[in-house]
Design a protein around this ligand. Structure first.
Ligand code: ADP
Ligand code: MG
Length: 295
C-alpha cells in the first residue's frame, strides 16, 4: 500500500495509458477479431496494481450509516468475494462505485487516476465498470444472439472503432461470448425461454460484450439451483484475466469455488470491513464468527 495517489495526495505523474492492452481487459479472441486496436477514451491506469480503491467511504441515510468509513482495495485482475450479513452495506458499496449513490465522504478511485465521485452513473459505465444486478435483465422477446448483439451496439467505443470490419468481427465476438457463457446451443432461442440460470449467464455475456475492466456482481447465484450455481462459478473462474471482478454472495460453497484456498475474501458488517483474507482465515476470525457465521 502507500502507492495510491488518493492516499498521500500526491499528484499522479503523467503516464502512458497502459491500463489497457496489458491483457487485463482483453477478451481472448484470436485472428481478425483481436481487439488490440480498440481505443478507450479513459484508459484505466493500473500501473500500481490497483483497479479499485475505496478509502473511508461513508454513506448516511437519515441518521443511519449504511457505509461507515469503508476502506477496501481490489487488485487488477483479482476476483474478490465479499460476504457479510444482510444490511452490511454490500449493495450500497456497489451503488457508490457505480455512481447510483453519492458518498457523504471518502475516496473512490478506479485505477490510479479516475476519481469516480466526480462522475455520474453513465460516465462511470463508460469507464468500463459493468454491474450485474440480482434479477436478470435480458430482452425476453429477442433471441439470445440478438441480446448479445444489442449489448455490443450499446458500447459506443466498440461501435465507432470497428466500422469497416464490423460484421465479421462482431460475429466472432458474439460467438466467442456464447462459448464463454455456454449458450452456443441456445443462440436462436428467445431469451424469455431460458432457465433462470441461463438468463443470468446471458446477462453476464451482455456485460462482457461491453468489455468491462471491472465487473460487479451482486448475489449472482441467488435463486439458482445447485447445478446452476456451480456452473456460474466455473464461468466466473474462466473470466479471470479478462476482467477484474467483485462478487457479493451468501452461498458459501459458491464463494469457496471462487476464492479457492488463497483468494482474498472481504467480510463486511455494519458498513465497514470486518475481516479480510483467505476464506479459511476469515472463517476462523472471532469477529466474523460472532457477527456473521454464528457458532
Ligand atoms: P446489504 O447489501 O449488505 O444487505 P445494503 O447496502 O442493501 O446491505 O443496506 C445497508 C443498510 O442501508 C441497510 O440497513 C438498508 O436498510 C439501508 N439502506 C440501503 N439503501 C437505503 C435507502 N435508499 N434508504 C434508506 N436506507 C437504505
Ligand atoms: Mg444487498
Amino acid at each position: 500500500m502507500g502507492t495510491h495517489p488518493a492516499m498521500d495526495h500526491a499528484k499522479t505523474p503523467p503516464r502512458s495509458a497502459s491500463g489497457f492492452g496489458d491483457g487485463l481487459d482483453q477478451p481472448t479472441l484470436s485472428g481478425a477479431a483481436a481487439l488490440g486496436h480498440v481505443v478507450r477514451p479513459n484508459a484505466i491506469d493500473v500501473s500500481h496494481g490497483t483497479i479499485l480503491y475505496l478509502e473511508d467511504v461513508t454513506v448516511s441515510f437519515g441518521g443511519f450509516r449504511a457505509l461507515n468509513k469503508l476502506s477496501l482495495t481490489v487488485d487488477a485482475g483479482e476476483l474478490r468475494c465479499v460476504i457479510g450479513p444482510n444490511g452490511a452495506g454490500k449493495t450500497t458499496m456497489m451503488d457508490v462505485i457505480t455512481g447510483k449513490t453519492s458518498p457523504d465522504a471518502g475516496k473512490v478511485y478506479l485505477g490510479q487516476s479516475i476519481d469516480l465521485t466526480r462522475l455520474n452513473e453513465p460516465q462511470i459505465a463508460q469507464t468500463g465498470i459493468g454491474r450485474k444486478f440480482q434479477k436478470p435483465t435480458v430482452f425476453e422477446q429477442h433471441p439470445v444472439w440478438e441480446n448479445l448483439e444489442l449489448a455490443m451496439k450499446a458500447d459506443k467505443r466498440w461501435w465507432a472503432s470497428l466500422r469497416a470490419r464490423l460484421d465479421r468481427a462482431a460475429q466472432a465476438r458474439i460467438e466467442h461470448t456464447l462459448e464463454v457463457i455456454r449458450l452456443e446451443s441456445e443462440a436462436r432461442r428467445l431469451a424469455g425461454e431460458l432457465s433462470h440460470g441461463q438468463k443470468q449467464r446471458l446477462e453476464i455475456g451482455m456485460l462482457l460484450m461491453q468489455q468491462p475492466a471491472l465487473l460487479l456482481l451482486d448475489e449472482p447465484a441467488a435463486g439458482m439451483t445447485d447445478d446452476e450455481t456451480m456452473e456460474l462459478a466455473v464461468l466466473l473462474n474462466r473470466l479471470r484475466g479478462t476482467c477484474s471482478m467483485m462478487v457479493v454472495e451468501h452461498d458459501m460453497e459458491f464463494v469457496a469455488a471462487l476464492a479457492g484456498e488463497t483468494g482474498r475474501v472481504t467480510v463486511m458488517a455494519e458498513g465497514r470491513v470486518l475481516a479480510e483474507g483467505s476464506l479459511d482465515h476469515v472463517k476462523r476470525d472471532e469477529a466474523v464468527i460472532e457477527s456473521y457465521l454464528g457458532r
